[in-house]
Design a protein around this ligand. Structure first.
Ligand code: ACO
Length: 402
């Protein structure tokens, strides 16, 4: 708290907290993080248990409704999500307007925002039933949009959803099936992808979720709010870090080069950072990174990848960083993005799709947080204050006299 009375035109006291390191913007019952202990709970359930024993749609149900589903509730939820996987056929034509070399995240920002033009029947946020329909539509259609963004940018025809498949297998098929060939979803890869989705489902008030809440606080429709979240997620300090982490591992190239990069990361005059290390909240091992590391090994074993040089670099980098004084002192541990890139690459996704996959999974967190905010009677429009440090009032000088 600082005294602003000495600044121009301001009176009273308020908190000044750049980056919101110690300011809570809302109350929430969805996700709990203990960054010092490395704990992540959704509605009280540890992420490790959800990722190990449940599937992604079960976590979606939990985040949206607050409790784990019974078998009947789960079957009904899966059915309702599945029924909404198709997108309006006009959306396929909407995609044709993009350049083929567009980044798939650019396509996602636009196509998610465009959902409000195609599904305006569920933009009435005052109706609880419409809010739920909008939520189901978002969760169900994100994989279809993500797969379309991918297919479009590689010049292949869209593959329509096959709703006899489970959510994640359906998504993998939409990405990797081609009309000329048979495609059978590998259950090990589908399970790994599903676990990756679960790990990314929600993470309380991170930058993109706060963006969704702030956009929603004005009464904007849910599709517009999620598009705002997708745009925010794209940045390399946030969801774009998985892409950046893999690029960094490729750039390092071999274990011999690691000391050079560690030195760069420690050099105050060098802006380089070890991508995939550090977290605003976790000052301990990110619990998701541990599960991700295990998943990486499972995927590489299933695909028969032995002696992957990227994995060698990652393991050695992790080993060195965990013992290096600089990283220990600053509590910089590997975060979830450190391993997800290697796994997704092995599964066949190009780096440009990594953040899209993150957005797909985080959609449920965004929508659950958006719903919680709309349903909170104390909710007000988000309107941060500022410290004005500009010029005091002065008179306009005509252009000829400046
Ligand atoms: N490599 C080297 N040094 C680092 C790193 C890193 N990855 N991360 C932080 N530091 C250093 C900073 O230079 C700073 O040093 P200083 O105190 O001497 O100035 C100190 O650690 C604290 O860093 P901040 O940037 O103040 O920490 P903040 O909480 O604001 O940032 C962030 C967190 C953005 C995640 C940061 O650690 C980072 O840039 N990491 C790399 C990008 C990344 O992996 N992002 C993914 C985040 S997880 C997610 O979105 C799913």
């Amino acid at each position: 708290v600082i005294d602003i009375s000495k600044l121009y035109g301001q009176t009273g006291m308020f908190t000044y907290d750049p980056g919101f390191t110690s300011t809570a913007s809302c109350e929430s019952q969805i996700t709990y993080i203990d960054g010092d202990e490395g704990v992540l709970l959704h509605r009280g359930y540890p992420i490790e248990q959800l990722a190990e024993h449940g599937d992604f749609l079960e976590t979606c149900y939990l985040l949206l409704y607050g409790e784990l589903p019974t078998a009947a509730q789960k079957a009904d939820f899966d059915y309702r999500v599945t029924r909404h996987t198709m997108v309006h056929e006009q959306m396929a034509r909407f995609f044709q307007g993009f350049r083929r070399d567009a980044h798939p995240m650019a396509v996602m920002v636009a196509s998610v925002g465009a959902m409000s033009a195609f599904y305006h029947d569920s933009t009435d946020i005052s109706d609880p039933q419409q809010r739920m329909i909008a939520s189901m539509r978002m969760i169900a259609k994100m994989p279809t949009l993500a797969a379309m963004a991918y297919k479009y940018t590689i010049g292949q025809p869209f593959v329509y959803p096959l709703n006899s498949l489970d959510y994640t297998s359906n998504f993998l098929r939409m990405c990797f099936a081609v009309p000329a060939e048979d495609y059978k979803v590998n259950p090990v890869l589908s399970r790994a992808m599903d676990r990756i989705f679960t790990l990314h489902a929600d993470h309380e008030q991170n930058a993109s979720t706060s963006t969704v809440r702030l956009a929603g606080s004005s009464g904007a429709n849910p599709f517009a709010c999620i598009a705002a979240g997708v745009a925010c997620l794209w940045g390399p300090a946030h969801g774009g870090a998985n892409e950046a982490a893999l690029k960094m591992l490729e750039e390092i190239g071999s274990v011999d080069n690691i000391p050079k990069y560690i030195a760069k990361a420690k050099d105050k005059n060098d802006p380089f950072r070890l991508m995939g290390f550090g977290h605003r909240v976790y000052k301990n091992y990110d619990p998701r990174a541990k599960i991700m590391q295990k998943t990486t090994h499972e995927v590489l074993a299933e695909l028969g990848v032995k002696d992957d040089p990227l994995l060698d670099v990652a393991m050695e980098l992790e080993r060195i960083a965990l013992h290096d004084e600089y990283f220990v002192e600053k509590k910089l541990y590997p975060n979830i993005d450190f391993y997800s890139g290697i796994t997704l690459k092995a599964m066949g996704f190009p780096t440009s799709m990594f953040t899209v996959l993150f957005a797909l999974a985080r959609t449920v967190g965004w929508i659950a947080q958006w719903k919680e905010m709309i349903e909170d009677p104390s909710q007000r429009i988000g309107r941060p204050r500022q410290l004005y440090t500009g010029s005091p009032k002065r008179d306009y000088t005509p252009i000829g006299r400046r």
